[in-house]
Design a protein around this ligand. Structure first.
Ligand code: GLA
Length: 708
């Protein structure tokens, strides 16, 4: 049996002196495991037979002499890392020339890692085609919007729509899958790398694919012309081949379809590799991709993660320091892609090299960041990268080991955290984040607003962030999901940017409300249908009747507008919608003060009961205090309860729930020591003893297991 068929932590503990108490706890926890349902034990992000929460790194053995490998791997093992991603940029090492494959070196690297109890995730190397390939087949290179082919030598230069390029991608993925699809030490696959940041090729073949895709979707040009209102500016198309790829601002309907096509193109690029990997991979091997957080909207990440086992993302702070709400919203958004735990398959070891200011995270901050990921549902945290390449574009990036082969100071902190992951993993097994509040994230609506911002500073993400922050503080747990997700489990749903509400979506939302849900729509909601066409009824379109109110007119603001009413008083910025109630039972929560004359005294926020639930419409970008007041009101109205209870300011609490257990994670993000008082005695997982309080230093972490 491969040592990795057993539990990594167990095998590690067997090699050290195992305190009697730990044995007892492990025995009890495996007893508890035995009583759990199969479903609870098989969260796809938790690899059966391995730690529930893993810590790892990215290693590029192809960049180093083999004589050095074992030293490196031993250092990884000593650091308690238990997963390593390999090969995602090693195409030229695996296929040094056309059709000549060399995997012996990778076999040896995988076996070496296995010997040191480190599991492997293999990345397909398709974000970095080798020089021989693009030289021999220049048509595999992307064409930029200006018509120039991209020069090789960086990455993401392969064209996702090139038939030839896909042939090669499939070829290398197939060779890898054949060889490692049943390798005991290969636990999963990552396809490509960050999907070329969604960059596209603007060549004639891609244009034809776009036109064919439109043809397939609309079936006939009359339908397309009607939905896009092409009579306007004489754009009417008589032939599919007349439709351009938008390289400059264009008809927003065309641009929105182009965005969808980009997702579709990368999705089928992904599928091309998925198919061959699935054909050869043992079902126990997962297949994921590394995405770039909720702030990145290059692709519709719901579509692209749909065929994957689970979502993973690359979590980098860049300039500055960890903002728990900002990062937490991204974690929750990545968890929401498949409504399942996820992996942080890359994260920042101290500093990056690509930001405006590549400052280092403070001492203790990296550990806090790792626990923050786990608190929000990550089952792996992996550092990019282990050791700096001796040269190349990223030689200045943070690492765990210096170019000289000795540890950087941060490795000690990472090792401490990895040991903590090992020690506490049984408590996290089978646990998920469960929330009563959801924030809706819709890429198509974000694109639609961005295509026609109307005021340059409008930032859909920032608007969502204010709602997330206010509600996270109250509920202490948030889901961020697609508007098309099942919503019935939520007491409260907020949709700060739902610009596109086609009839089917309106029905889904209304069903939720009628069944007792509380829905909050933010500004610009329900303005358009899925074709980016203005709806024939005023905002919020198909929901206006249920709301008992409508938007009379919207205004981009050149200055803030005062707001007052039962929610308090404050200001709105950037955007204001003049509302009008159409039902006597619609309640006005805020009105505009004196501003542009049109808005003066008019409703800005209204709410209306619909069967067992309510719809609230917010027509303005509210200041933080008003968002907080609204969050408090709607949380009260919908019966949302905090998952834990009061914590001192600056401390974030999160909860993961499993069968008969809850694990609370407390992290002190303030710069002062803080005391957490537990409502009853729980088990401190880090100290391995009962606890009634936690004393947390700055960046301090407390873990409480509650099995009552
Ligand atoms: C991304 C990439 C990695 C590496 C890191 C550096 O996440 O996936 O290959 O370039 O950035 O921060």
């Amino acid at each position: 049996m491969s040592p990795l068929e057993g539990d990594v932590t167990l095998s590690r503990l067997h090699r050290t002196a195992l305190p009697a108490l730990s044995v007892l706890i492990l025995a009890l926890s495996s007893l508890a495991n035995a009583t759990r349902t199969a479903d609870e034990q098989n969260i796809p992000t938790q690899i059966p037979g391995h730690n529930a929460i893993l810590m790892g790194t990215d290693w590029y053995p192809e960049q180093w002499p083999e004589s050095r490998w074992e030293t490196e791997v031993r250092m990884m093992e000593d650091a308690h890392l238990n997963v390593v991603r390999l090969a995602e940029f090693a195409w030229s090492a695996m296929e040094p020339s056309d059709g000549r494959f060399e995997f012996a070196w990778l076999d040896r690297a995988i076996r070496l890692l296995e010997k040191h109890h480190i599991a492997v995730v293999l990345g397909t190397p398709t974000a970095g085609p080798p020089a021989w390939l693009t030289h021999k087949y220049p048509e595999t290179l992307r064409v930029e919007p200006d018509g120039q082919r991209v020069a090789p030598g960086n990455r993401a230069h392969g064209s996702p729509t090139s038939v030839k390029y896909r042939e090669f991608c499939r070829g290398i993925a197939e060779e890898m899958a054949k060889r490692y699809g049943s390798d005991q030490n290969v636990v999963g696959w990552q396809i490509d790398n960050e999907y070329g940041y969604a960059l596209m090729s603007y060549d004639d073949d891609t244009k034809k694919q776009f036109q064919d895709w439109l043809h397939d979707k609309y079936k006939n040009l009359d339908s397309l012309n009607r939905h896009w209102a092409t009579a306007y500016w004489s754009q009417t198309y008589d032939d599919w081949s007349e439709i351009p790829i938008p390289t400059v601002p264009h008809n927003p309907a065309l641009m929105l379809e182009w965005k969808r096509f980009v997702t579709q193109a990368w999705n089928s690029y992904q599928q091309n590799q998925l198919d061959v990997i699935r054909r050869y991979a043992n079902p126990r091997q997962f297949i994921t991709g590394n995405f770039m957080g909720l702030g990145w909207d290059g692709l519709d990440q719901y579509t692209i993660t749909n065929p994957l086992t689970f979502a993973s993302w690359d979590d980098y702070v860049g300039t500055g320091h960890l903002d728990p709400d900002k990062n937490g919203m991204s974690h929750d958004g990545m968890r929401g892609l498949k409504r399942e735990n996820f992996w942080v398959i890359e994260t920042q070891p101290g500093a990056v090299n690509w930001s405006d200011l590549n400052n280092y995270l403070n001492k203790g901050e990296t550990r806090a960041m790792a626990w923050h990921a786990v608190a929000h549902g990550a089952d792996d945290v992996s550092y990019w990268q282990w050791r700096s390449a001796p040269n190349g574009q990223e030689e200045m990036h943070g690492t765990l080991v210096g170019a000289d082969g000795t540890p950087v100071p941060l490795l000690e902190e990472v090792t401490q955290t990895a040991k903590e992951f090992d020690r506490t993993q049984s408590a996290f097994r089978g646990t998920r984040v469960v929330s009563e509040v959801a924030l809706l994230n819709d890429y198509e609506s974000r694109w639609a607003i961005d295509l026609q911002k109307h005021t340059r500073q409008y930032n859909t993400y920032a608007v969502s962030q204010t709602y997330y922050k206010a509600l996270r503080t109250i509920a202490q747990s948030m889901d961020v999901v697609s508007p098309y997700a099942p919503l019935d489990e939520y007491k409260l749903v907020v949709a700060p940017n739902l610009n596109l509400i086609p009839e089917s979506l309106a029905k889904h939302l209304l069903d939720y409300v009628k069944n007792g849900g509380h829905l909050v729509l933010g500004p610009r909601a329900g303005l358009k249908d899925e074709y980016d066409a203005l709806l024939p009824q005023r905002q919020p379109g198909f929901l206006a009747d249920a709301l008992g109110a409508r938007v009379e007119q919207f205004y981009a603001l050149d200055r803030n507008v005062p707001l007052y009413g039962t929610l308090g008083s404050g200001a709105g910025s950037l955007w204001a919608e003049q509302l009008k109630t159409t039902d006597a039972n619609t309640q006005v929560l805020l009105r505009y003060g004196t501003s542009n004359g049109w808005l003066d005294g008019q409703p800005a926020v209204v709410t209306h009961a619909v069967e067992k639930g309510t719809i609230t419409y917010v027509g303005a970008v509210l200041d933080d205090t008003l968002v907080t007041n609204l969050a408090e009101l709607t949380a009260r109205q919908s019966g949302v309860k905090p998952v834990f209870g009061a914590v001192p300011e600056g401390v974030e609490v999160s909860r993961r729930v499993g069968a008969n257990k809850r694990v609370f994670v407390f992290i002190n993000f303030s710069q002062q020591p803080k005391t957490i008082v537990l409502p009853h005695t729980m088990r401190s997982l880090l100290e391995d003893k009962p606890a009634d309080t936690f004393e947390l230093a700055p960046y301090g972490v407390g873990l409480a297991l509650d099995q009552k």
